[in-house]
Structure formats: C-alpha cells, structure tokens
Design a protein. Structure first.
Length: 419
C-alpha cells in the first residue's frame, strides 16, 4: 500500500519512508523539493478552487508536464480527485482537479477581548463546524490556550473528525504581532516563539497574526480585495486596526507592527485611550467608544429607547443594543453612530492622502452599522480630503461578517504551511 503524506508533517514523514532515503543526499533534496511543489499545488487549489493543469502552470513556476505528474501523485496519495473536464478553446477539453473534501482539515480561531470563535474547515475551504462561540477572552495568561484547546477538542470529538487529518491551526488575535520572532508584544511580551508554545498545547502546527492583517488576508483571498493591488482594510471593532495591501502584497512593516491606525491622535485632551494617550481615534470611534457614550448618555438622563431595551440596567447597554435601537429609530443611538462615522471618516482621510488606495474596506463589528455612519463618514472625507485624491478611492463595507476571522486564520495557516 502506498504511503500517504501527512500535509503538516511532509518533511518528517519523508524521514520514515525508507525507500526515499536509500538514495544520496542530493536525491533526498530533490524529493523535498518535490514535496514543496506538492504543497504549492494544494495551496493553489485551496485558494482558487478546482483548476486544470494549464491554469496551475500560470500560478506556479513549473511546466505543465511536471504539474501533471505531481497531480497524479497527489491523486494516488488521496489529496486530489479529477472532477471532469472544463471548456475547450479548440483542442482537447482539459481535466479539472479539486481537493478531496475530507483529505485534511484546518482550524480557524478568532480571539478577541470578550470571546473566542472556533471554526473547522475542510480541504475545500468549507466551514463544517459552526462557528462555535467560546467564553475565553484574550488575556495575559497562557492558560487561555489550554482552555481554548479543550473546547476545540470537544468540537472535533463531537464531529467525529479524524484527529490525524488536522494539518494546522490559524489564530487571529489583537496586539502587536512580530512574525519574525512569533511574539505578541502586547499580551505576551516575554514569550518568543509563542506559536511553538501553542502548538505544544494543541498538538498541531499553529500560526497566528494580528486580527486586522488576518481580516485583510481574508479579503484578499476570498472577499472584496480579490485581484486588487492597493487596498486598505479598516478593522473597526473593539479597537481600530488597519491592514495594508500595497502593490498586491500584504504589508507588515519593519517589526510587524504596521496598522496601528486606532492610535492616531484626533482630539486634543480627549478621552483617555487604553494605550495611555488621550484623544486617539479608537477612543472616539470604536465599539468600546459606542458602548461608553451610550452608557454615559443614559446616566445623564438623555431620552432613549436604550434603557427600556436594557431592562433599566445601564450595565447591559452595549454596541449591539445601540445598533438595534438605531434601527428602531432611536435618535440618541443614531446620533452616536453618526458621530462615530464623522471621526472614522476624518481618520480615513489621512489614509487616503498618504496611500492613495484604490479601495478601502471597512470591516469588523462597525460594518454592521454602516447604514448609519456611511453618510457622515463620506461627508467627512469630502470635507477634509483633497478631492483629486479621494475621488480615486472606493469605500466599501465588508460582507464577510463574523466568518472573516476564522476563514482568514485557517487560510493563513495553510499559506504558512505551504512555504
């Protein structure tokens, strides 16, 4: 029976395949190179969907005969199947190849300051589990990863998934992330190679990145940024982060800390931000800012539906409730979202004038309230930006919703595994 590759452990699996190591070091090197090519084929089909060998040759620096040979090996190893034939441009109709749904699985995890979201994806990038909401928030305690792993293990057991088919875990999390050292400098400043620590907990390869960059990667591969060259993704949630696609490539900056858009000072002597400065954009235009303003308004006696909707408990008022009240016509809630739109638009003006992007995507929780702050946001851009530049920029709201984090994290994991 032919040996089957375990995707996350291609290289170590090779060391157990005696027939491959009867040859010289040069032959071993050739085999490892072939494995790298197979990983690239699997990655391409995962992101692009079923393709022909001719299409793969446009994505990969390999000849069509070489790709055909590798495709046949991947079929025999149980990763691929032939799906039929595509349209012909005059000659023989090309064979179309796709991944076998249950040949492997990926786990995508979103961790934010209030909860964790877990989804399982099959080899065809289909979410087959959820999403599952786990009551484990981002914290400065490594024990959190044990708690998340316990929930992941329960989910996999309930789904009766073969654990050996899990090839990797992708995680999005807040904080300053440096992929050179695999550190989250905000939450675990003394832990180098945090990915290895988490991998030890999970038992699978783990890759993580800042939430804004993971969301941007998701938009680039599956969302509004597909095929675009210069795109900014504003992740407007509990904080305000920024992902950058410049000349078709994700940009991280020198230390991986690019995109701290939320900490641009906007108001002199404004609200205190959790970063320690006053008047940051995040302090006036984030989910946390909306909740704070709503509670302050209720405590000062401003008429609103919010108190009734919160059963007269100010502590129950949050951004979800504000959005619900706004949809019911509550003027106070609408005014909060309008103000948020103004400040976010003014902040985006700086991005437009510095980067001259073709597209700005607004995602995160605030994208759900776009109907209320889109007009003031666009008005602020019109007021504060150079029209010769701003008219070149399209503004759109993400349509990926809550799945953006897990699907982006899982895709990030397979992207890293393929390198």
């Amino acid at each position: 029976m032919q040996a089957r590759y375990n995707f996350h452990n291609f290289d170590s699996d090779i060391s157990h395949m005696d027939t491959l190591f009867k040859n010289s070091g040069q032959s071993q090197g050739v085999e490892l190179k072939k494995i790298g090519h197979k990983k690239q084929i699997i990655r391409s089909i995962y992101f692009k969907g079923p393709v022909s060998s001719a299409e793969l040759s446009r994505y990969l620096p390999l000849s069509t005969p070489k790709i055909n040979s590798l495709l046949q090996e991947l079929i025999s190893e149980g990763f691929l199947k032939e799906l039929g034939h595509g349209d012909s441009s005059g000659g023989r109709r090309p064979a179309i190849y796709g991944l076998i749904e249950d040949s492997f699985y990926l786990i995508g995890i979103t961790i934010n300051i209030h909860r964790t979201i877990v989804s399982v994806f099959n080899a065809c990038n289909q979410e087959i589990s959820g999403p599952h909401f786990v009551k484990v928030p981002m914290q400065r305690n490594l024990r959190m990863f044990d708690e998340i792993h316990d929930e992941v293990k329960r989910i996999l057991n309930d789904m009766a998934i073969d654990m050996d088919k899990i090839i990797g875990v992708g995680i999005e999390m807040p904080g300053l992330v440096n992929q050179e050292t695999w550190m989250n400098k905000t939450y675990f400043p003394k832990v180098r190679n945090l990915n290895e620590y988490i991998a030890g907990v999970f038992g699978y390869p783990v890759f993580f990145d800042n939430d804004a960059r993971i969301r941007t990667f998701a938009e680039q591969q599956f969302g509004l940024a597909q095929g675009r060259q210069n795109v900014l993704m504003v992740h407007a949630d509990w904080g305000i982060g920024l992902g950058l696609i410049l000349n078709g490539q994700l940009y991280s900056g020198k230390s991986g800390f690019s995109g701290e858009f939320g900490h641009i000072p906007m108001i002199d002597n404004g609200e205190l931000c959790h970063c320690g400065k006053r008047g940051c954009l995040e302090a006036v235009a984030s989910v946390a800012a909306i909740s704070r303003k709503a509670r302050q308004g209720m405590e000062s006696g401003i008429p609103s539906l919010l108190m009734q909707m919160a059963d007269q408990d100010v502590g129950k008022i949050d951004t979800n409730l504000v959005i619900q009240a706004a949809r019911l016509g509550d003027q106070f809630s609408i005014s909060i979202l309008t103000e948020v739109g103004h400040w976010l638009g003014k902040g985006i003006t700086y991005l437009i004038q510095v980067f001259n992007p073709e597209l700005i995507i607004i995602g995160g929780k605030l994208a759900e309230a776009g109907q209320f702050f889109e007009a003031p946001l666009r008005q602020a851009i019109t007021t504060f930006s150079n029209p010769d530049i701003s008219t070149d920029t399209e503004i759109s709201f993400s349509i990926m919703g809550v799945k953006a984090g897990p699907i982006g994290a899982a895709a990030f994991a397979i992207d890293q595994l393929s390198q």
